[in-house]
Write a protein that binds this ligand. Structure first.
Ligand code: GSH
Length: 245
């Protein structure tokens, strides 16, 4: 059994099974990317709930793992060189897990298609939707200047249009089901929270069909298996609410 006591974070969030990947996370879009990938890959992992409060993410123990004070982060006790590996940034974690298992990311030229769309999420959808959420939902009424909110609405709409175009005639964003889909999905599902108030009725209804039991059966048949890989096509969500313009 690897000894994880060298990692200060284990003092605050102790490892029960030090042979399993230690996941420090919270169920936000960035957080669930990693838990979805771990579930899809069937890797043994131990989740630790790290809230977004300063008491957690800015604690010395958490900062020792991620100096950028953000979830998600992991420790893999069984890293590539036989020693533990620490990782933060959800995109880096997804690439690491895909390379560790040889799954959810192809080899050769197709790998770079996946990486392109993964980076599109990491550099575009994530930060822009995050800012939209801040200006539209959290700080909206306190900031009188309409320009920041409008800027992020425009940018979110533009990004969704890019996604729509890429998804034309495809089931997955880049070739087969991959870490790029896993990275994008939680942000599309989170659109309502991140500013889309008036989702089109057909979308509201469609997101609930099939019923959970039937949906689970469908998902089990999907490439890559999975229990949380529900698709939310961008081309339906992009016409919704304040993003519709
Ligand atoms: N680029 C980072 C972003 C992570 C991120 O923004 N995490 C947020 C929650 S979704 C967080 O931990 N916020 C706490 C804080 O900023 O204090 C990633 O993809 O891992």
């Amino acid at each position: 059994m690897p000894d994880l006591s060298q990692f200060p974070i284990t003092g605050r969030w102790p490892a029960q099974n030090s042979d399993a990947i230690q996941l420090y996370s919270y169920p936000t879009p960035n957080g669930v990317k990693v838990s979805i990938a771990l579930e899809e890959l069937g890797l043994a992992y131990e989740p630790h709930l790290v809230t977004l409060s300063d008491a957690d993410v800015k604690s010395p123990e958490f900062l020792s793992l991620n100096p950028n004070n953000k979830i998600p982060a992991i420790i893999d006790p069984n890293g590539p060189d036989g020693t533990p590996v620490e990782l933060f940034e959800s995109g880096a974690i997804l690439i690491y897990l895909a390379e560790k298992t040889g799954k959810l990311m192809p080899e050769g030229a197709a790998k770079y298609e996946v990486l392109k769309w993964l980076m599109f999420q990491m550099g575009g959808i994530g930060p822009m939707f995050g800012q939209l959420g801040y200006f539209h939902k959290f700080a909206g009424s306190e900031i009188e200047d309409p320009r920041p909110r409008q800027r992020y609405i425009n940018e979110a709409k533009r990004l969704l249009a890019v996604l729509d175009k890429q998804m034309e005639g495809r089931d997955w964003i880049a070739g087969d089901y991959s870490i790029a889909d896993i990275a994008i999905l939680p942000w599309l599902r989170g659109l309502e929270f991140y500013g889309v108030k008036d989702v089109r009725p057909a979308v509201q209804t469609g997101l609930k069909i099939p019923s959970p039991a039937e949906r689970q059966a469908n998902i089990d048949d999907m490439p890559g298996r999975g229990n949380q890989t529900i698709t939310a096509p961008a081309n339906r969500l992009s016409n919704a609410g304040p993003l519709a313009g």
